[in-house]
Write a protein that binds this ligand. Structure first.
Ligand SMILES: [Mg+2]
Length: 350
């Protein structure tokens, strides 16, 4: 297996499966979450709906043309988040090193543990306790574990072993590599790179000269090499508030007042979700539309509005030049974490 053992868990058609679980009359039917309004987009389509060609991020209008008899439901985020927390409670039985990458996906570091047994148990617990299915991928790093969970969806269970990595990667399109979206795909296509094998055969120095650090990473990824750690407890999400002023502002006190208001609102959000914040970022857009952002990372994570406010004020006063009028000010909290102490967490959730 290599030095590490990583499990990637990805829930199957998460939002739609929850709705089908809670309302038996929806089972076996094309259920589409989001996209109810013509201007909205599809968040999740049940597997029955996918047979009509519907997929997430598709405009609602198009989905309805493909499947006019589908059942279109609004997004019930509160319910999905609660379910996500229950899934995380299951994860915590098996590993304390967990990285959530979205509401329905996470990595677990299970190095030196019986990873096959753990992956089976996680699937079993999710099925028995939450009546949902997950696809799991197991391999020696995040890149390969995520790739593995996608191979057999839904209800999948896939292990990628060290010896089979390079052959397995060769014929896959470049978009299967972490972080290769449509834009990067076009860039690579211009170089005649369509498949992962093409990257394996490319001159790494050319990739580096074109894409910098990302070029080296792509080259490594094409051989299944990925050294990124599991970012324990850190949620890959952020929350923020920003506002464009009616008139451009020069008075710094107005900006400070805004930060104070944002801090209170965002602190309330953190408390409601049971999260703490580590990184605080202030963003300013000037009257010429240029944007500057400055951040600070706290030694001790917090949800306290006074700490968030005093930090953001300090960032504003010490890290921005403020030579131009301000059109917009924003405050973002990222590196959100679950408190390490599960008792503290359960109290906050009530
Ligand atoms: Mg999923």
């Amino acid at each position: 297996m290599g030095d590490r053992a990583i499990i990637h868990v990805d829930m199957d058609a998460f939002y739609a499966s929850i709705e089908q679980r809670d309302n038996p009359s929806l089972r076996g039917k094309p259920v589409i979450i989001g996209g109810a309004s013509d201007r909205g987009v599809v968040c999740t389509a049940s597997y029955e709906a996918r047979r009509y060609g519907i997929h997430s991020a598709m405009p609602g209008k198009l989905a309805k043309r493909l499947c006019p008899d589908g059942i279109y439901l609004p997004v019930n985020m509160k319910k999905y988040k609660e379910t996500s927390k229950e899934i995380h409670n299951i994860f915590r039985r098996y590993s304390s090193i967990i990285e959530s990458i979205s509401i329905d996906e996470a990595f677990l570091d299970v190095t030196d543990k019986d990873y096959i047994m753990i992956a089976k148990n996680i699937k079993r617990d999710i099925k028995n306790e939450l009546e949902l299915t997950a696809s799991v991928g197991i391999s020696m790093n995040k890149l390969l574990a995520k790739l593995a969970s996608d191979i057999e969806k839904p209800d999948g269970f896939t292990v990628i072993k060290k010896g089979e990595v390079i052959q397995l990667l060769k014929p896959l399109p470049v978009t299967k590599l972490w972080g290769v979206g449509p834009k990067m795909e076009r860039e690579l296509n211009k170089l005649g790179i369509y498949y992962i094998e093409d990257i394996q055969n490319y001159d790494v120095n050319v990739l580096i000269s074109l894409f910098g650090k990302r070029g080296k990473e792509l080259y490594d990824f094409s051989f299944g090499l990925d050294y990124r750690p599991i970012e324990d407890h850190i949620l890959n999400q952020s929350i923020g508030e920003e506002e464009t002023f009616h008139e451009d502002i020069r008075d710094v006190n107005i900006l400070i007042d805004k930060l104070k208001l944002y801090s209170i609102n965002l602190s309330n959000k953190l408390i409601k979700k049971g999260y703490l914040v580590k990184t605080i970022t202030v963003k300013i857009k000037y009257d010429d539309f240029s944007i500057e952002t400055r951040s600070m990372t706290l030694n001790i994570p917090t949800n306290d509005h006074i700490t968030i406010f005093s930090t953001s004020k300090h960032i504003l006063l010490s890290k921005f030049k403020m030579e131009k009028k301000v059109r917009l000010i924003g405050l973002t909290l990222s590196n959100l974490i679950y408190p390490e102490d599960p008792i503290q967490l359960s109290m906050k959730m009530e």
